[in-house]
Design a binder for this molecule. Structure first.
Ligand code: FMN
Length: 201
């Protein structure tokens, strides 16, 4: 069994459809730790010792967030800046995260075809996530194929939020139970209708 911690970050949860449904699907799953970063640290006073202990106690660290300006909401950046200390996460004797896995569950308003060189976002989704990918590698961690909901603002009205949240729960259970292939057969991203995930549901 993998020890999984989900760090959820959404500063405007009262307006959320996608992430709120994902939160509902994820919260309370047995043997998964769920942390709402904005609820725990509304003033960004992240407790470094507590967070370092938390990550040491888990094998898979998953950040769940809406994409904001091609990046994460700012509290995830603050968490990285403070928790991933030299001598802990990186540096000549900073090897405490070696062998763990970092995974992202991202919602983005842009449609999937916009996230391509020919699309209006000009770059694939994975390009925007490279700072987190390389952060994982620098810390000796594996970077898992991210789970993405594209077109997130329209997803509630066309029935995709529910399917996404159901697949998210299945994904978390599969990770917990060591049934998930983090390489996802070489896919760029995982979506709720990816073969890798529907096989796990
Ligand atoms: C400040 C801000 C920045 C955003 N930046 C992006 C972006 O860079 N790319 C994108 O596809 N969507 C962007 N969005 C849209 C959010 O990703 C979208 O609102 C979210 O995925 C919807 O999820 P929710 O229903 O849980 O709120 C942005 C939204 C806000 C409020």
């Amino acid at each position: 069994m993998a020890r999984l911690i989900v760090y959820y970050a959404h500063p405007g949860q009262q307006h959320s459809h996608a992430n709120r449904a994902m939160e509902t699907a994820a919260r309370g799953i047995e043997d998964i730790t769920f942390v709402d970063l904005y609820a725990e640290y509304p003033r960004f006073d992240i407790d470094i010792d507590r967070e370092q202990t938390r990550v040491l106690e888990h094998d898979v660290i998953l950040f769940q967030f809406p994409m904001f300006w091609y990046s994460t909401p700012s509290i995830i950046k603050e968490w990285q800046d403070l928790v991933l200390e030299h001598g802990f996460a990186y540096g000549s004797d900073g090897d405490r995260l070696t062998g763990k896995t970092l995974m992202l569950a991202v919602t983005a308003a842009g449609p999937e075809d916009a996230y391509s060189t020919g699309g209006y976002q000009h770059f694939p989704m994975r390009t925007f996530l490279t700072p987190l990918e390389q952060t994982a590698h620098l810390c000796g961690m594996c970077f898992a194929v991210p789970f993405v909901l594209f077109g997130s603002l329209k997803a509630a009205s066309d029935g995709r939020v529910e399917r996404h949240a159901t697949a998210y729960r299945a994904l978390l259970l599969a990770i917990r139970d060591d049934r998930h292939d983090f390489d996802a057969g070489g896919a760029e991203v995982l979506t709720f209708d990816s073969a890798e995930l529907t096989a796990e549901v």
